[in-house]
Write a protein that binds this ligand. Structure first.
Ligand SMILES: [Zn+2]
Length: 115
């Protein structure tokens, strides 16, 4: 499962930060999974919850933002909203679109317990 390996990467990133910054437990983890990132947020949340026990993510609240997809249309020379990769331009119906927004999976914010 794609999301399981992504969840592993996210956990790795958080544990690296825990070692670097000296915290043990995460209160809240906020992620961004853009609508064009190819990540299914519910599957990612499920995979993170499965990995969390025994790690610094145990008991952490996970929030996943889902920014809308955006693309640059070469024909219109404009940024347009698209729901998924491969969609046609909603303005001109063209296919020369370059995704520019909502394409990333990344950690936005990490709140830690002080103890
Ligand atoms: Zn267009």
């Amino acid at each position: 499962m794609h999301e399981a390996s992504l969840a592993g990467s996210v956990l790795q990133l958080v544990e690296d930060a825990a070692r670097r910054d000296g915290f043990r437990r995460v209160a809240m983890l906020r992620l961004e999974a853009g609508q064009l990132s190819g990540v299914e947020p519910r599957a990612l949340r499920f995979a993170l919850e499965a990995l969390a026990p025994g790690t610094c993510l145990q008991g952490a609240t996970v929030e996943i933002d889902e920014p809308a997809g955006q693309a640059w249309c070469m024909a219109c020379a404009a940024t347009v909203a698209i729901a998924q990769r491969g969609d046609a331009c909603p303005r001109c119906g063209g296919w020369q679109l370059e995704p520019t927004g909502g394409i990333e999976l990344r950690v936005i914010d990490l709140l830690v317990h002080d103890d």
